[in-house]
Design a protein around this ligand. Structure first.
Ligand SMILES: C[S@@+](CC[C@H](N)C(=O)[O-])C[C@H]1O[C@@H](n2cnc3c(N)ncnc32)[C@H](O)[C@@H]1O
Length: 340
């Protein structure tokens, strides 16, 4: 934090921060918060309910209480204020599954080798973010919907008036993951058809979300590598969300140039991602911490600046990029047209 001197306490906190992550991850995966949702309970009761050792549960619950993830009173443990909507499964605002994305073993394994990645200037992992069929992306596609929704709404809002006058709205969602960006456009625009491009193991999650969104009959698959797979088209909208940071500016630009001919002359390309501003890193830490993950997990990826995105778009044959911010989130939405 800017202007705050390093202290023994702050250093010890940083050294042990992973323990809090581990506690949260463990409590979610064991169903502790769901159990406490029924009301305050002793460690023995929770242990019996979840089929584990009373000693183990007592130590876990006390540690959860120590970091504010539970409350202890007279030997009984309860959910702390604010936990119910976010940490009890089945709640519409449930975020617990995001531990499989934000605190995944895959990321942790990559970060354990951060020093090697710093020396090499890129990942040293045999299995990394660009490995075809990587299982991590199945978890991401399954569970990251909750965080994608506000940004998908900003994208749909940004295209709303333009889309309303169109007879066709064929959408290519590149590296779609959960598919929420394309699915939201399909929900909002009855004429929309969505082609979801990703690795085959990820596309099964798109089908699940398309069913839930009631648009499964308008969703098609484009399985394969986005740098090689035939793209089909032409499309009215091409979505490229949260993936260009896997690559260098040059390689990301190559992908955009590959996509350009697949867009109808009056179509729109939409980019979404973290962007780097001019701020001091201490004033805008999120993109820098994300770039560390990209360093450990990709060969050349990092968070790009708005200027870099503009350069990529211009070189690939797009123009007039309009920027939309996502309230409360560090994502930016850029909507551009073909320059010819
Ligand atoms: C961070 S997720 C983004 C998902 C979604 N677009 C979003 O905005 O949340 C990156 C996605 O890119 C996909 N991906 C990465 N490299 C790919 C490639 N070469 N071809 C196809 N999909 C790829 C991954 O499988 C994953 O689903």
């Amino acid at each position: 934090m800017k202007g705050v001197a390093i202290s023994r306490e702050s250093l010890f906190g940083m050294m042990q921060a992973y323990k809090v992550t581990s506690l949260l991850k463990t409590a979610v995966s064991m169903g502790v918060f769901d159990h406490l949702a029924a009301g305050p309970a002793s460690a023995d009761t929770v242990a019996r309910g979840l089929g584990c050792a009373p000693r183990g549960m007592r130590i876990l619950l006390n540690a959860l209480a120590a970091v504010g993830l539970a409350e202890e009173r007279d030997g009984h443990y309860a959910l702390p204020p604010g936990a119910e909507p976010l940490l009890v499964s089945g709640s519409p605002a449930y975020l617990g599954d995001m531990v499989k994305v934000m605190s995944s073993d895959w990321e942790w394994d990559a970060l354990k080798r951060l020093d090697d990645a710093v020396r090499r200037g890129g990942t040293v992992m045999e299995v990394h973010a660009e490995t075809p069929g990587y299982e991590y992306w199945e978890d991401f596609a399954a569970y990251a919907v909750a965080v994608a929704r506000p940004t998908a709404d900003v994208v749909a809002d940004a295209l709303k008036s333009w889309a309303s006058g169109r007879d066709t709205m064929d959408v290519l969602d590149v590296a779609c993951g959960h598919g929420l960006y394309g699915l939201t456009l399909a929900q909002r625009n009855p004429q929309a058809q969505v082609w979801a491009l990703d690795w085959p193991n990820v596309l099964t999650q798109v089908d699940r979300h398309a069913d839930q969104a009631g648009v499964a009959d308008r969703v098609h698959h484009v399985p394969g590598d986005m740098f090689e797979v035939p793209l089909g088209g032409p499309y009215d909208v091409i979505l490229v969300t949260n993936v260009l940071h896997h690559f260098s500016e040059e390689k990301a630009g190559e992908l955009l140039a590959r996509l350009a001919p697949a867009l109808r002359p009056d179509g729109k390309i939409v980019l979404v991602g973290f962007t780097l501003g001019d701020e001091n890193p201490a004033d805008d830490p999120a993109p820098h911490l994300f770039s560390i993950l990209m360093l450990a997990w990709t060969f050349e990826g990092e968070v790009h600046s708005i200027e870099a995105y503009d350069r990529m778009l211009t070189r690939a044959g797009f123009t007039g990029g309009r920027r939309h911010d996502v309230p409360g989130l560090a994502f930016r939405v850029l909507v551009a047209s073909r320059s010819e």
